[in-house]
Design a protein around this ligand. Sequence first.
Ligand SMILES: NC(=O)C1=CN([C@@H]2O[C@H](COP(=O)(O)OP(=O)(O)OC[C@H]3O[C@@H](n4cnc5c(N)ncnc54)[C@H](OP(=O)(O)O)[C@@H]3O)[C@@H](O)[C@H]2O)C=CC1
Ligand SMILES: O=C(O)C1=N[C@H](C(=O)O)C[C@H](O)C1
Length: 263
Amino acid sequence: MLRLAIAGITGRMGREVAELALADPGIALTGGLIRPEREHASDLCLQGGIRITADAQSVLRESDVLIDFTQPSATAHYARACAEAGCALATGTTGLSEGHLEELRAASACVPVLHASNFSLGIAVVRALLPLLARALGDWDIEIIEHHHRHKRDAPSGTALALLEAIRAGQPETSSPVINGRQGIAPRRPGEIGMHAIRGGGEPGRHCVLFGSEDELLELSHRVHSRRAYAAGALAAAKWLAGRPPGWYVLDDLLAERLGHLA
Ligand SMILES: NC(=O)C1=CN([C@@H]2O[C@H](COP(=O)(O)OP(=O)(O)OC[C@H]3O[C@@H](n4cnc5c(N)ncnc54)[C@H](OP(=O)(O)O)[C@@H]3O)[C@@H](O)[C@H]2O)C=CC1
Ligand SMILES: O=C(O)C1=N[C@H](C(=O)O)C[C@H](O)C1
């Protein structure tokens, strides 16, 4: 039985993870973590009888893994708390600064830490394919377009940044400056990669990488139908992470068998 805690349980992702976890007979939910100032909020519905509290240590000491979908400063706080409590951390929070990432890496000296900007299987496959495409189409124009719901705080998405990293891995010898949007007289410069963040509506997550030449256009596009895709991936990662030695882990470690032959 996996003893699981959820940070950000009242959020869009936290609620999705809690719903899937409650339906999983192999998971025991130890608690949902909230901000201290929300401790006595009247609007906190007790989801499926889950203990909802700001007392992280009391929950984490009784947990094997914390799944975190909050915001960067909270994620850094929970990384420290997980290290103190001896609880593994699987986080999907994006918009992390170098300082936040350093906090996560410090925690990984004490407990297993896995960070993924996108827990969907489809994006993991897109990331595995991109170095090959970038090598084969190195002289084509590349643009990354992402579309998310009106509430998303960070831009571009963590996924889009991970897709950029995968493209660059296929073109290590090429300088590929990123242009975030364009305005005025702005013709393409050789090697530049356009990055475009669309915000509007309720879109749970849509990414497209466009490769273009004078004569052809290739689009690699991914879309989730709902946040369940991310939540299912986060739960699979949490189950995989539990019991592993302290260290820094990524989703590709979990998907190595499935993705290995794509490289
Ligand atoms: N890796 C992946 O697959 C995915 C990653 N994400 C990322 O996950 C993050 C959350 O997204 P989403 O769920 O849509 O955002 P929401 O704003 O809906 O949820 C964030 C949650 O975090 C809580 N929170 C904020 N600060 C703290 C704190 N200091 N301590 C405890 N809880 C806190 C919020 O509580 P309150 O309501 O009180 O503010 C809220 O419940 C984003 O960074 C997003 O990019 C999203 C989807 C998939
Ligand atoms: O905020 C979201 O919703 C999402 N954020 C992640 C990101 O920034 O890449 C993952 C997914 O795209 C949904």
